[in-house]
Design a protein around this ligand. Structure first.
Ligand SMILES: [Mg+2]
Length: 250
């Protein structure tokens, strides 16, 4: 199991990476504002920082990063850090909906993790875990979906449940919107990569929320092909109804 120091390290690296990315935006040349290249600079800078921090503090652990070479030696490692240095790259510099994901996986399960959302000036971690939100957002559940799948996932949810559906960028931001009680669920019917889902799911579960694949089965990480077949993060009482609603794409 992850040690207290692992939870703290995940939180510290996610928060520091978020600060670094904010500094990068604030210090860019005025002429860069029109360039889309800022997201690539952000991806690279954040990745290099996280990899260097993990190499310094956890030299024996494997790392899987969206921006790095996938060294398959991770498949036999007992501890693997799965990171998305910048989730929601296309929003970086243009909106608050981007995040940093840092998670530790042991034996296929996320045992520690953190999600930083600098636009909301907060980093959520698995320890201390977020305080569970007790009250629903409204009488009708609000479900967040991805912009790219708003019509498909939104239609399936509307067909089966009385819900409101809204689209938002970044998997981490949508998950943390549920953690902080601004929405009741985040649902994604298509494939996601493990760096999209790992840290957000770990944080959500530590806050007492349900997190599973689109068919309701348990999330598994550090697979040879590091993808997740859909994602549901929600208030526990909504889980079964969402799984049923999404069955056509499961
Ligand atoms: Mg990314």
């Amino acid at each position: 199991m992850a040690a207290a120091e692992d939870h703290a390290l995940a939180a510290r690296i996610a928060a520091d990476t978020g600060d670094l990315l904010v500094d990068l935006l604030e210090n860019r040349e005025a002429g860069d504002r029109a360039l889309s290249g800022i997201e690539h600079l952000g991806d690279r800078t954040a990745h290099e920082f996280i990899v260097a921090e993990l190499a310094r503090h956890r030299p024996d652990d494997a790392v899987l990063s969206e921006e790095g070479y996938d060294d398959q030696d991770r498949l036999t490692a007992s501890r693997v850090w799965i990171v998305d240095p910048l989730d929601g790259s296309s929003d970086y510099g243009w909106s608050a909906t981007w995040s940093v994901h840092v998670a530790l996986v042991e034996d296929g399960r996320a045992t520690a993790g953190a999600v930083a959302v600098p636009g909301w000036e907060t980093t959520w971690a698995t320890e201390p875990s977020p305080i569970p939100v007790m009250s629903r957002v409204g009488n009708i559940p609000l479900i967040l979906v991805s912009r790219s799948r708003r019509h498909l996932d939104g239609k399936l949810l509307h067909n089966a449940m009385e819900v409101e559906v809204a689209a938002l960028g970044s998997a981490g931001v949508k998950a943390m919107a549920v953690v902080r009680g601004e929405a009741d669920a985040y649902v994604h019917g298509g494939y996601l990569y493990e760096w999209d889902t790992c840290a957000p799911a770990a944080v959500a579960q530590s806050a007492g929320l349900a997190a599973c694949r689109i068919d309701g089965t348990e999330l598994e990480f550090n697979k040879a092909h590091p993808a997740t077949s859909g994602l549901i993060i929600c208030r526990p009482e909504l889980r079964d109804a969402i799984v049923e609603a999404m069955a056509p794409v499961a």
